[in-house]
Design a binder for this molecule. Structure first.
Ligand code: SAM
Length: 160
């Protein structure tokens, strides 16, 4: 989660930690621990240690090198998600600092879901303060059809 404008950025806000673990535990139980997890913002692996280590298969991704023995891509997750075969993965964890929607769009576009198949998508939306400041992440503007002028408050100033 990020606290833009407050100068505080944390990988796992202590106040949210239990809820984040609990959500992921629920998803793993619903989808099945015999399935494969793609952890797109894998970081230091707190969610891995708390939950994803219990999945049968795990692949992480982080742009910062992590040297703890997990199977990891060290790269921008947008490039990896656009490139690799996503079919083997049944759970995607998008636990970034900001908005997870670019990555979510790539997954929605590339991961076909068969009728009756279960797919888990866990999102951390860290753009809350941006929304309060009337700034909408670009991917949300595209998804909702908002024009950036409207989302950044320019429309208001034009009508004055
Ligand atoms: C909130 S932390 C992740 C915490 C992690 N899920 C855990 O359980 O400890 C966000 C991580 O995303 C990584 N990151 C940010 N943007 C990225 C990108 N485009 N591709 C890959 N990793 C990224 C950062 O390096 C950081 O380690």
């Amino acid at each position: 989660m990020s606290f833009k404008g407050l100068g505080v950025k944390t990988d796992n806000n202590p106040q949210a930690f239990r809820a984040k673990v609990s959500i992921r535990r629920n998803v793993l139980e619903a989808i099945g621990a015999d399935r494969s997890v793609f952890d797109a913002f894998a970081g230091a692996g707190e969610m891995y240690s708390a939950v994803w280590k219990d999945a049968a298969f795990y692949t992480g991704c982080d742009q910062k090198p992590q040297r703890d023995g997990r199977l990891m891509f060290c790269a921008d997750n947008r490039r990896v998600l656009r490139t690799i075969d996503l079919a083997p993965f049944s759970i995607f964890d998008l636990d970034g600092y900001g908005s997870p929607w670019v990555q979510a769009i790539i997954i929605a576009d590339r991961r076909r879901v068969a009728p009756g198949e279960l797919l888990g998508l866990v999102l951390t939306e860290g753009a809350g303060l941006s929304y309060k400041a009337n700034i909408v992440p670009e991917a949300i503007a595209v998804l909702t059809g908002l024009r950036t002028g409207e989302s950044s408050g320019c429309r208001k100033s034009r009508t004055r």
